[in-house]
Structures are given as structure tokens and as C-alpha cells.
Design a protein around this ligand. Structure first.
Ligand code: SAH
Length: 354
């Protein structure tokens, strides 16, 4: 068995910010992420067990809404040379993260890695948290790291990931064989290689809509995935509609590089990627899918309107339940017709027509 060292970075945050933070950590190349979400745990305790005072008590005493721990491989020259680590100072340890790529990705199997010091990584983390804090309450934020040794952990965590179907969209980890049924499309993804797993409700709700959507009703014109992140929705669209022109846009250049790499892994070539904002685009779209937040959707509402072809559709997601009524009312007062809505746990996704 191979023994490997890992650095575990811990965050205490809110239900709302957890999604963005998870996405960021995956994009950095976390080999695994464990999330303890008090709200989700409470629900599953209620669903699966008889009322259990001790469990409720335990949950009420958890000090934070969500605790996230992200695992990164640790690297040290001296560690490799001497196989001894106990006398090394922390400066000797490097975190292995995904490189922020500016190069064109052609035949890339894996995203290039870079090794940076723990302190440098902590600075990156703080910067990203500050960005997330612009649109959601991040709670306590980053709380520190610890180092562990585990045998074959990188293999062990694979047992927790399975093939996972959302309608006719199948998300399959690369180490599993899957033969697609007629009508199914398969997205290849590895949780450790910077691809959102589609397990977050706000992503799976959109995948669900896309799986059932009758694309024949769309006016002709390109389709936009706004805030593409890992590219999961753009790649699903590209596979569902191989002849369509798909645009994947994100304000974060790093996300765009990751999404490009994932499109190569998934062998799709009908996506045009770009970094920027919706108002800067000079074309109109037949369909816009946007998994963002309630506040961002409200800010962008007029821009959505001006960037949709008449008769076009808008799928918004990432709306937390307590903001649902407000978002629906404001969109409907502004000429958007509500076609369909789906919710899962605390999250809502809506299809609008203009
Ligand atoms: N579409 C993916 C990722 C959603 S995370 C999924 O469904 O899983 C949201 C993404 O939107 C992040 O990558 C973030 O960088 C990006 N984003 C946030 N605000 C944005 C804006 N105003 N315009 C474009 N992208 C934005």
C-alpha cells in the first residue's frame, strides 16, 4: 500500500455559500470534499429515522451550518528524498493545485498541476472567499488546515461515487464502465478533476429540465450557459444538441479554462467559451441557462430580456426557497411568463418564456 500525505483545509460557512465554495475548491483540484450540512442532515434524520432526541441534540449543537473539508495532495522534496517528515517545517510542504491555465487546451487528459506553498494557497482561498462574500453570507469562512497520512485514500474515496442518472442524462465517473441506452447522454466526470459532480440540487434541477426539454420549440439562435463553472450544463447541452451553437460564459477565467478541459475530456466541439459578462455580449440567444443566485438573477433581469430572442426561454437556478416568491413575482411583473418550476430540498429552478 502506498502511503500519501494530504492537507485538509476546513471552512465553516452557510448553506447558501457552500455551493460556490465547493465549486471553487473543485476547480482548484481538490481530490475530495466532505461536507457536513446541518440542514440537510436534519432532514435526512427526520426522513430516515424515528424522532431521535439525541440526534437532534447533536445537530443543534453543531456550531456551524455547514462544515466543508477539502483534501489536497501534499508534496515535499525532502519528504520524497528522506521519507521523513517529522522535523520539517511547514514551509517545506507544497499544496498541489490545478494550474491557472492561459494556454489553449488541445489534447489534454488532465489539467496541469502546480505546487504552491500553504501560505500562498491560503491567500488564494481568502481572495476567493471575499468574492463569494460579495453575493452571500460566508459565515466564519476559512478556519485552518491539518495534515494527515492515509493509505490509499485516493482510491478509497472512489467507492462513494457512483453512476448517477438525472432523467436521460447520465453522470459517470471515468473509472466505471457504462453502456448508454438509446436516448441517453453520458457526461464523463471525475470528482477529483475539477468537474462539478452535478450532485448539487441547483445543478441537477437544470439537468432535469434539460433532460425533458422539447428543444424544437426554441426559436433559432445560439444557446448560452451563463456562469458555466466546470462547464457541466454547456457540455450536457452540447451532447443533447450536437448541431447547436452553445456559448459558455463565466466571469472567472479559471472556470473557463477548467470548462474547456472538461469539454475536451467529453469530446464535444460545439461550445464556444468566453470570459465576461452578459451585457458585454453582442448576440442574442434562443435559450439562456443560468445557475447563479437570486440576487444575481434580479440584477440581470433586464439584461436577460435584452439578450433573449423574442420567443426565447430562460432557465434560472440557484434560487434558495426563501427568495422564491420574490424572484417569481418580479420576473412575472416584467413580462416573463412562468412555464415550469421544480424544487428539491431548499432550492428552486424556473423556466421562463419571453
Ligand atoms: N453552471 C455550473 C456552475 C454554477 S456556479 C453548475 O450549474 O453547476 C456559478 C458560476 O457563475 C461560477 O463559476 C461563477 O464564477 C459564475 N458567475 C457568477 N456571477 C456571474 C455573472 N454575473 N456572470 C457570469 N458568470 C458569473
Amino acid at each position: 500500500m502506498t502511503e500519501k500525505q494530504w492537507l485538509i483545509f476546513q471552512f465553516k460557512t452557510t448553506h447558501e455559500a457552500a455551493f460556490a465554495l465547493n465549486n471553487y475548491l473543485l476547480a482548484c483540484g481538490a481530490a475530495g470534499i466532505s461536507t457536513i450540512d446541518k440542514t440537510e442532515l436534519k432532514k435526512s434524520f427526520r426522513k430516515n429515522y424515528s424522532p431521535d432526541v439525541i440526534a437532534e441534540d447533536f445537530l443543534n449543537n453543531l456550531d456551524y451550518e455547514v462544515v466543508i473539508e477539502a483534501y489536497f495532495p501534499v508534496y515535499s522534496e525532502s519528504l520524497l528524498q528522506e521519507n521523513k517528515t517529522c522535523f520539517l517545517s511547514e514551509d517545506n510542504f507544497k499544496v498541489e493545485i490545478n494550474q491557472e491555465l492561459n494556454l489553449a487546451i488541445t489534447e489534454m487528459e488532465k489539467i496541469a498541476k502546480q505546487r504552491i506553498s500553504i501560505a500562498q494557497f491560503e491567500m488564494k482561498i481568502e481572495k476567493s472567499l471575499a468574492r463569494i462574500a460579495e453575493f452571500s453570507d460566508i459565515g466564519e469562512g476559512y478556519t485552518g488546515y491539518r495534515r494527515i497520512k492515509t493509505e490509499n485514500w485516493s482510491e478509497q474515496w472512489k467507492q462513494y461515487y457512483h453512476t448517477h442518472k438525472i432523467g436521460r442524462i447520465v453522470i459517470n465517473p471515468s473509472w466505471l464502465e457504462y453502456s448508454a441506452q438509446a436516448n441517453e447522454i453520458v457526461l464523463n466526470l471525475d470528482p477529483g478533476s475539477a468537474f462539478g459532480t452535478g450532485e448539487h440540487e441547483s445543478t441537477s434541477l437544470v439537468l432535469n429540465f434539460l433532460s425533458e426539454f422539447d428543444f424544437k420549440i426554441l426559436p433559432s439562435g445560439p444557446i448560452l450557459d451563463l456562469g458555466t463553472g466546470s462547464g457541466i450544463l454547456a457540455i450536457a447541452l452540447a451532447k443533447l444538441l450536437p448541431d447547436a451553437e452553445i456559448i459558455a460564459l463565466d466571469i472567472d477565467p479559471h472556470a473557463i479554462e477548467v470548462a474547456k478541459a472538461n469539454s475536451v475530456i467529453n469530446s464535444v466541439d460545439n461550445i464556444a467559451f468566453s470570459t465576461g459578462e452578459l451585457h458585454m455580449q453582442n448576440q442574442k440567444y434562443s435559450l439562456i441557462v443560468a445557475n447563479l443566485t437570486a440576487d444575481i438573477h434580479l440584477d440581470l433581469m433586464q439584461t436577460y430580456k435584452s439578450k433573449l430572442i423574442s420567443g426565447g426561454y430562460l432557465i434560472v437556478s440557484g434560487i434558495i426557497e426563501r427568495r422564491a416568491a420574490e424572484v417569481k413575482a418580479i420576473f412575472m411583473q416584467n413580462d416573463f411568463a412562468l412555464i415550469s418550476e421544480k424544487n428539491e430540498n431548499d432550492w428552486l429552478s424556473i423556466i421562463f418564456h419571453i
